[in-house]
Design a binder for this molecule. Structure first.
Ligand code: UDP
Length: 317
């Protein structure tokens, strides 16, 4: 069935991809420097003979023994909190890291899929965002380290495709949630759920009228699998177009957790995009993909996961 190298394989999304490719009969090699990934995300795979873990930073050249059919590059810190804590690492992993990933794919004659992001659209002046929208990114803003890193990653990916005929795929991932997100990573869902369960105030940034569109992680994994197996070189948005305000999202979390927490308003972080919604017609037409998990259903599963983490204190790391 083939051998898949998953860079960032012990991260939130990477570990779900390990599960999916193993379940469909592939051999999986996960590479991760554990900077924001966690071994506990892949602990259940340690006895699986089809699975191998290599602890390595992909900013260093990649040496993988044996054949490789597919390289998935999901290695990067991705939470806005990381944009301040790990700015240089983020710039390096999207640029040098993706360069190394492309060289690995070329050496092995493998297909390569690069995990890009809705952040390439910056603070969009067009809503919803089709892939043809060129974006509104501030290169010197705090979020610029992530946005520009991913934009460079897309550019070098297309350069390898055009110059060497490499089979390349680019997925632009919109806000994704689900089990294995870290409670303390600063993103809106883990923040709201931990605040709600602890009875602390729910911190809505700005007036809460900014919007996001949240997709459940299994929908993303379906989209990535379909894109990797397709012949689509153009970037593809994978996200759930179900857009809501952050204030409404906070109210949903309070209801789902039966919390007595109040909502408090804090300053909007600089450069925080005011709207975000994917146009998914390309994914529908070229991959036959669309999201299946309704928000409330996915949120229930994620809330249960965070509850388990809080009860077992596994999150303290
Ligand atoms: N947000 C919030 N309170 C929090 C964390 C985030 O209101 O405690 C807001 C944030 O300002 C943004 C949205 O929720 O508008 C989504 O933030 P997240 O960090 O999850 O991801 P982003 O889409 O900004 O990359």
């Amino acid at each position: 069935m083939g051998r898949v190298v998953i860079l960032g394989g012990s991260g939130f999304i990477g570990s779900h991809l390990c599960d999916r490719y193993l379940a469909t009969g592939h051999e999986v090699v996960a590479v991760d420097n554990l900077c924001t990934g966690h071994k506990r995300n892949i602990a259940h795979l340690s006895d699986n003979k089809q699975f191998q873990f290599i602890e390595q930073d992909i900013v260093e050249p990649l040496k993988i023994d044996g054949p490789v059919d597919l390289v998935l590059n999901f290695a990067s810190p991705a939470s806005p909190k990381d944009f301040t804590i790990l700015p240089i690492e983020i710039l390096m992993v999207g640029s040098r890291g993706q360069h190394n990933a492309l060289d690995l794919a070329r050496e092995k004659d493998a297909t390569i899929l690069f995990a890009s992001t809705s952040e390439v659209y910056g603070n969009p002046q067009v809503n919803p965002q089709p892939e043809s929208y060129l974006g509104n990114v501030n290169p010197i803003g705090i979020r610029g380290v992530y946005d520009e890193s991913k934009r460079f990653g897309e550019s070098i990916t297309m350069a390898y495709h055009r110059k060497y005929g490499l089979r390349t795929r680019i997925v632009r991932i919109f806000n994704t949630y689900g089990p294995r997100m870290q409670l303390g990573d600063g993103r809106v869902l883990p923040n709201f759920v931990s605040q709600a369960f602890r009875g602390e105030p729910i911190t809505v940034y700005g007036d809460g009228m900014q919007t996001r569109s949240f997709q459940y992680v299994s929908d993303l994994v379906d989209g990535v699998e379909k894109l990797a197996a397709s012949d689509c070189t153009d970037p593809v948005n994978i996200g759930n177009p179900d857009e809501i305000t952050i204030l409404q999202f906070a109210q949903e979390i309070i209801q789902l957790t039966n919390s007595k927490s109040e909502i408090v308003f804090k300053d909007l972080p600089p450069g925080d995009p005011l709207v975000r919604q994917p146009v998914i017609s390309r994914a529908k037409e070229r991959l036959g993909w669309e999201p299946k998990v309704p928000r409330l259903e996915g949120l229930k599963t994620a809330v249960d996961y965070f509850k388990m983490l809080l009860e077992t204190s596994v999150e303290a790391q």
